[in-house]
Design a protein around this ligand. Structure first.
Ligand code: HEM
Length: 489
C-alpha cells in the first residue's frame, strides 16, 4: 500500500523568527506591513507561518489555493474576526465586515443597489459630478496651484456614492472649507492601527489617534443620521414610490418587523458602504494618474483613444462611450495589478482545513497575498514590469502576453466579490476620459517614487501634481484623432 504522507502541522511551517510572546506584531504594526509580508513570501514560499502574539497565522500566496479559499466563503472561510470586532466596536459593522445571516441579508440589498440598471439610470448624475471635478481642476490649473489628487478624488467618490446609494447630493467638490472627507480619512488609519495591536488598550485609555478616530466616527454618524432622517420624511411624504436606492431599500426593510433591523444597524450598513466606495476608488484612480505621469507615451496613447471618442474640452456624454477605450482599460488593469488597493486579504478558517499539505486548524487566521500572486513570473510574464499591452488581444486571438486571468483579482473573487466593481470602473473611465481630454499633467516632484501606505486600503503617499489646461493644438476633434490613431498604431 502506498504511504500516505502525514500533513504538516502549522507550527512546523517555515517562517521568519519572531520575538517571544509578541511574535511578529512589532514588524507588522505599520503602514507598510504588506511589503514585509511580500518579502517573506519571496523567502519562505507559498505557505509560511508568522505569529501575532501567541496565535499562529498562515500566509498563503498560491494562486489555486487562494481561489479555492475565496470561493469557499462563507461556509469554510470568513474574514478575520478582528475585522468584524474592530468595526463593530466603532459601530460600523456593514457588509464588508459582516458575517453569517447579517452578511447575507445586506449582500442582496447592496448588490441590487449597485446593479447595472441602477448605474445606467445614474449616469446623468455621474456626468454632472465629473463636470464639477473638471471645473475644480480648471480653477487649480488657472491658479497654478498643485492638486492633492487623493483628496480631490475622494471628494468625487463620496459625492458619487452618496448620490447613488443614498439619493442625496453633498456636492463636496464645490463646497469650500471642511467637508466630511476630512473626517472619513481618519477612519482607515485609526482602524488599521488596531488590527495588529495585541492588547485592546483603547478600551481603557484613549490615545490621540483613538480620539481622532472617535471624532471621525461621530461626524460620520451625525451626517448619516441626518440623511436617514431626511430620507424617512421624504418616503413618508411619497408612500406610493418604491425604494429608489440602497438607503430607501433599508428603510423599507426596517419597516418590516420580521427583518429586526435596528437604527444602529441602519447607520452601520450605510456608513460602511460609503467607506467601502470612497477610498478604494479614489486611490485606484490616483495610482492610475501616477502611472500616466510615469509612462507619458502610454498616456499619449490613451489620449488618442479618448480623442477618438469624445469631443474637445468635454467628458463622457453617453454611457456607451465608457466601453470604447480598450487601451485605457488595459492600462487600468495593469496599474491595478501592480498597485491594487487591496494587495492582501485577512481571512480565517471556519473548520479544520488542508492547505498545501498542511493541516490548518479551525479558527486560524490567514493572510492571502493577492498582489504577490499577480506579479509572479509563472502567472504574468515579466511580472514586475508595467506593460499594458499584455491585456490587449492579438490579431490571432488571445492575449499578446499569456497570463493567468485568475491570478488578477483586484476586486476579490467568489461570493464576496466587490459589489461596487462596475460602479468603480465607470468612475475610473469617466475621470480618466475627462482628464485626458482637458489637461496636461506635470509632477510636482518629478523624480520621486511615490510610496505605498496601508490604511485598510493601499494609497499613494504624497501624490501632488500640477494640471495645465490642455494645449489647443493637441486637442483635436474625435474624427481627426481617429484617423491619426489608425495611422500610428
Ligand atoms: C477600484 C475600486 C474598488 C476596489 C479595487 C475594490 C476592491 C474590493 C475588494 C478587494 C473587496 C473584497 C472582496 C472579497 O472579499 O473577495 C471589496 C469588497 C467590497 N466592496 Fe469594493 N472595491 C472598489 C470599489 C467599491 C465601490 C465603489 C463600492 C460601493 C460603493 C464597494 C463596495 C464594496 C463592499 C460593500 C464590499 C464588501 C462585499 C462583501 O463582503 O460581500 N467597493 N472591494
Amino acid at each position: 500500500m502506498a504511504d500516505v504522507k502525514p500533513l504538516t502541522r502549522l507550527r512546523d511551517l517555515p517562517g521568519p523568527h519572531g520575538l517571544p510572546l509578541i511574535g511578529h506584531s512589532y514588524q507588522l504594526n505599520n503602514e507598510q506591513f504588506h511589503l514585509t509580508m511580500e518579502r517573506w513570501a519571496e523567502r519562505y514560499g507559498p505557505l509560511f507561518q508568522i505569529r501575532l502574539g501567541l496565535s499562529r497565522v498562515a500566509v498563503v500566496s498560491d494562486n489555486e489555493m487562494i481561489q479555492h479559499i475565496l470561493e469557499q466563503r462563507p461556509q469554510s472561510f470568513r474574514r478575520n474576526h478582528v475585522i468584524e470586532d474592530r468595526f463593530t466596536e466603532v459601530g460600523i459593522n456593514g457588509l464588508f465586515s459582516a458575517e453569517g445571516e447579517n452578511w447575507r441579508q445586506q449582500r442582496r440589498t447592496v448588490v441590487a443597489a449597485l446593479s447595472r440598471t441602477r448605474l445606467a439610470n445614474f449616469f446623468p448624475k455621474l456626468k454632472v459630478t465629473t463636470a464639477r471635478l473638471q471645473r475644480r481642476w480648471e480653477a487649480l490649473a488657472d491658479g497654478g496651484s498643485s492638486v492633492d489628487i487623493c483628496n480631490d478624488l475622494t471628494r468625487f467618490t463620496v459625492d458619487v456614492t452618496m448620490q447613488l446609494a443614498f439619493g442625496v447630493d453633498p456636492n463636496t467638490l464645490e463646497t469650500p472649507g471642511p467637508v466630511i472627507q476630512q473626517h472619513l480619512e481618519k477612519i482607515g488609519p485609526g482602524l488599521q492601527r488596531r488590527f495588529f495591536t495585541l492588547f485592546p488598550y483603547w478600551r481603557w485609555v484613549r490615545l490621540p489617534p483613538d480620539r481622532a478616530l472617535d471624532r471621525a466616527v461621530k461626524v460620520l454618524e451625525q451626517e448619516v443620521e441626518a440623511i436617514v432622517h431626511a430620507t424617512r420624511e421624504s418616503m413618508a411624504a411619497h408612500p406610493d414610490h418604491g425604494p429608489a436606492n440602497f438607503l430607501e431599500a433599508l428603510l423599507t426593510m426596517a419597516e418590516d418587523n420580521s427583518s429586526k433591523l435596528t437604527s444602529a444597524d441602519l447607520l452601520a450598513y450605510t456608513s460602511q458602504l460609503l467607506l467601502a466606495g470612497e477610498d478604494t476608488t479614489s486611490y485606484t484612480i490616483s495610482w492610475i494618474i501616477y502611472y500616466c505621469i510615469k509612462f507619458p507615451e502610454a498616456f499619449t496613447r490613451i489620449r488618442r483613444e479618448v480623442d477618438g471618442v469624445i469631443a474637445p474640452e468635454a467628458a463622457l456624454s453617453k454611457l456607451e462611450q465608457a466601453h470604447q477605450f480598450p487601451f485605457l482599460d488595459a492600462f487600468c488593469n495593469e496599474v491595478m495589478r501592480l498597485k491594487p488597493v487591496a494587495p492582501n486579504m485577512a481571512l480565517e478558517t471556519l473548520e479544520d482545513t488542508e492547505i498545501l499539505g498542511c493541516l490548518i486548524p479551525k479558527r486560524t487566521r490567514l493572510f492571502v497575498l493577492l498582489r504577490h500572486v499577480a506579479t509572479r513570473e509563472e502567472h504574468f510574464a515579466g511580472g514586475d514590469c508595467f506593460d499594458p499591452e499584455r491585456w490587449l488581444s492579438s490579431p490571432t486571438g488571445g492575449n499578446k502576453q499569456p497570463h493567468h486571468p485568475q491570478a488578477f483579482v483586484p476586486f476579490g473573487a467568489g461570493p464576496r466579490i466587490c459589489p461596487g466593481r462596475n460602479l468603480a470602473m465607470l468612475e475610473i473611465r469617466a475621470v480618466l476620459a475627462m482628464l485626458c481630454r482637458n489637461f496636461d499633467l506635470e509632477p510636482v516632484k518629478p523624480d520621486t517614487e511615490v510610496k505605498e501606505m496601508m490604511a485598510v486600503v493601499m494609497r499613494p503617499d504624497q501624490l501632488h501634481l500640477r494640471l495645465k489646461r490642455r494645449s489647443v493644438t493637441s486637442n483635436v476633434s474625435p474624427r481627426a484623432s481617429t484617423a491619426m490613431a489608425e495611422r500610428e498604431f
